[in-house]
Write a protein that binds this ligand. Structure first.
Ligand code: SF4
Ligand code: SF4
Length: 136
């Protein structure tokens, strides 16, 4: 769809047939880099690449993740050659300064590590948290 900047999410979704029964989450953007929305009364802005409405089956709660099992899958897919596992653990434990030793700021939050993680760890959120706590 092409919509005017400023159009409310609620109006866009309504135009598409409305929120279907069982929808549990709305994301501004794509499934890997998007941001969850807490209301539909937000406008489309220049950077709005899409709006996702997820069903219960499609939604993985960030409360349901578990400890890193060191499978290494995230290292295999990181396009920047980072160690997402280590970065997520340091951020989770509050060792934010130490993340700089693992090139935290090379992470561009693509979400590939989160996508493959069998422990469903919220990797991008860990990266963003650490970035918010340290200066480059
Ligand atoms: S989100 Fe960051 S750490 Fe994870 S795969 Fe992408 S660039 Fe690598
Ligand atoms: S993919 Fe998940 S479980 Fe596997 S090493 Fe990375 S963070 Fe740990």
């Amino acid at each position: 769809m092409m919509v005017r900047i400023g159009t409310l999410f609620s109006d866009v979704i309504e135009q598409c047939g409305g929120v279907v029964e069982g929808a549990v989450k709305v994301i501004s953007g794509g499934p890997m880099m998007g941001f969850a929305q807490w209301t539909l009364d937000v406008p489309v802005i220049k950077g709005t690449s899409g709006i996702l409405v997820l069903s219960q089956e499609e939604y993985v709660s960030s409360d349901e993740y578990s400890a890193c099992i060191r499978c290494g899958s995230c290292l295999d897919v990181c396009p920047m050659g980072l160690n997402p596992s280590q970065l997520s653990i340091l951020s989770e434990k509050g060792f934010f300064e130490e993340t700089k030793d693992y090139n935290l700021f090379d992470c561009f939050e693509c979400g590939s590590c989160a996508y493959v993680c069998p422990a469903k760890r919220p990797m991008v959120q860990f990266m963003r948290l650490a970035k918010s706590q340290v200066k480059p």
